[in-house]
Unconditional design. Structure first.
Length: 268
């Protein structure tokens, strides 16, 4: 069985480390690689795969392309407007989204208390997935703050499509303030200015979706303030565990996969 993560860029991805650790822990005969596939080339790449290929993890900028090329699509992937997972079933490709349940699981692993308010910084595909996860967790009101609010329209529309019908307010990033509850950052560390960090804290939970630049200014301030921090590695591991099950039919070994990810980050 062959699997891979596809995207552009993709060389930095920890997904091969996580999935290979899972295969090793369960003694599975499988491979998992990182393959650079530029925007617009996913359909051609998938069409050229042999029968030994079973699953594909899909990252930026290919998630909408994955949704479009699949023979079958999960309701969740349609809701999110993108698929991060392609699984071959009987010669047909099935598209799913494990980012949404992965984000919900990552939050609940770190914080078991009530969730009363949520603010999401950024308005891209990751903001949509985490916003949907927050709605799954019962949040009825979510604020999305983007540098250019018009660019967040697709993410906001996706969150509003959630069956629970959350109320979604949209603000310019320059106007956002502290909302308490859950604060999600999908913006780069370079955009986390001292002024912004001061305005958005305190928060009960700070969910920083990156793992490459750690700690970000927001995380450093959140830790000093005593907030519960959910990391991008938490998100990556939980969504990978769900992908692992779709690819192999076996539960992903979360502890083994997380340990491998932590070791790889520590070595960078």
């Amino acid at each position: 069985m062959r699997c891979a993560v596809l995207g552009d860029p993709v060389a930095h991805s920890l997904s091969p480390t996580l999935h290979r650790a899972g295969y090793a822990a369960l003694g599975l005969d499988a491979s998992y690689d990182a393959v650079r596939v530029p925007a617009g080339e996913l359909a051609g790449f998938v069409a050229g795969l042999g029968p030994e290929w079973r699953g594909l993890s899909v990252t930026a900028p290919l998630k909408r392309e994955a949704l479009a090329l699949a023979d079958e699509v999960s309701e969740l992937a349609v809701l999110a407007g993108g698929a991060n997972t392609l699984v071959r079933r009987g010669g047909r490709w099935y598209a799913d989204n494990t980012d949404v349940p992965g984000a919900a699981a990552a939050i609940r692993e770190r914080f078991a208390g009530p969730l009363t308010a949520a603010t999401v910084l950024g308005g891209g595909a990751t903001a949509a997935s985490v916003g949907l996860a927050l709605a799954d967790l019962g949040l009825g009101a979510i604020t999305v703050a983007a540098r250019t609010p018009a660019n967040a329209e697709e993410a906001v529309a996706a969150i509003r499509r959630h069956p629970r019908g959350p109320v979604v307010d949209v603000l310019p990033l320059a106007a956002v303030g502290a909302g308490g509850g859950v604060l999600v950052s999908t913006i780069p560390a370079s955009a986390q200015t001292p002024d912004l960090v001061e305005r958005v804290l305190p928060a009960d939970v700070v969910f920083e979706v990156t793992y490459a630049e750690w700690p970000t200014p927001l995380v450093a301030a959140a830790l000093d303030a005593g907030s519960t921090v959910v990391s991008g590695l938490d998100l990556l591991v939980h969504q990978a565990v769900l992908q692992f099950a779709l690819f192999t039919g076996q539960d992903g070994p979360l502890d083994a996969m997380r340990s491998a990810g932590e070791a790889a980050l520590a070595a960078r």
